[in-house]
Design a protein around this ligand. Structure first.
Ligand SMILES: [Zn+2]
Length: 280
């Protein structure tokens, strides 16, 4: 090849797909750069917000996977593409969330993905697990980012007063349409609009030794679940609080399953998941 061919060559990339389970409540999905200095090498030095660290959390799902994968592929540059994302303080359990890791200009290509997966899991025991790592192609990035998924959640709910489960019984298993305004916590980065979504109440159970309740629900893609619980002063209607007839607040949230757009379990089970591993 001549030198002009070399110039026009796209950079070499490899794409690895898998699922991640996030077992802790202090991990963002991607690198959490400081909003003041954006992590810029020079600007961060005097930054008061992050005290020169450049980031607001020590690590992220992207970094915990990327550090180990980067060492194996011998590249420091990667992009992380998730099939949606959960909040920093929300655990991702069950069969995990699909992701594609895009590695730029790796110097090594013949990486043993099963060994890489085992090493990521060994290094992050109790915080993060990956499963089903396999080779994939660029077009999967668009597919996993654009495919809408319903989700199943378990919320730990604090109740101001007494929750009577009999009051919720008629709603169990029913698909309920809700109208939701953009929550205040994201209004600074999302356009304020009204959206219609469905939710499905799957079950409620008291937490032993506490006045809190556990609430299982499925929601359509793009539903703000914490606000479904509280109602946020009427900005989600009806809310769980409204159905229960008592003010409720989500204090902990777990994603239990990534479902298809209709709210059914995905037809294709995650690869290499041990039988029964995602049963409760
Ligand atoms: Zn900063």
């Amino acid at each position: 090849m001549n030198s002009s061919d070399k110039h026009s060559l796209p950079q070499s990339k490899v794409f690895v797909e898998g699922r991640y389970r996030k077992l802790c409540r202090d991990l963002p999905q991607t690198v959490f750069f400081c909003p003041e200095c954006k992590g810029h090498p020079r600007r961060r030095k005097g930054c008061v917000r992050c005290e020169g660290f450049g980031k607001l959390t020590r690590d992220s799902v992207q970094e915990l996977i990327g550090w180990v994968a980067g060492a194996a592929f011998k590249t420091r540059k990667n992009k992380f593409h998730g099939a949606g994302r959960e909040d920093v303080d929300v655990r991702m359990l069950g069969g995990g969330r699909p992701f594609v890791l895009e590695l730029d200009n790796p110097k090594v290509h013949d990486v043993d993905l099963a060994a890489l997966e085992a090493e990521i899991n060994r290094r992050n025991a109790g915080r993060l697990e990956v499963l089903g790592l396999h080779w994939t192609e660029k077009n999967r990035v668009r597919v996993i980012k654009e495919t809408p998924h319903a989700k199943e959640y378990e919320a730990r709910v604090a109740v101001e007063g007494v929750l009577d489960p009999a009051r919720l019984a008629p709603h169990l298993g029913q698909r309920i349409g809700v109208v939701q305004q953009t929550p205040e916590r994201v209004a600074h980065r999302r356009a304020d609009k009204e959206r219609e979504r469905w939710i499905e109440l799957r079950g409620v159970a008291p937490v032993e030794g506490s006045t809190d309740w556990l609430v299982r629900l499925r929601t359509e893609h793009g539903t703000y679940v914490k606000e479904v619980i509280s109602g946020e002063g009427g900005s989600t209607r009806p809310s769980f609080s409204e159905l229960a007839g008592v003010a409720c607040r989500c204090v902990e949230l777990d994603v239990l399953a990534i479902l298809d757009d209709e709210g059914q379990a995905e037809a294709k089970p995650p690869e290499r998941l041990a039988f029964g591993a995602n049963l409760e």
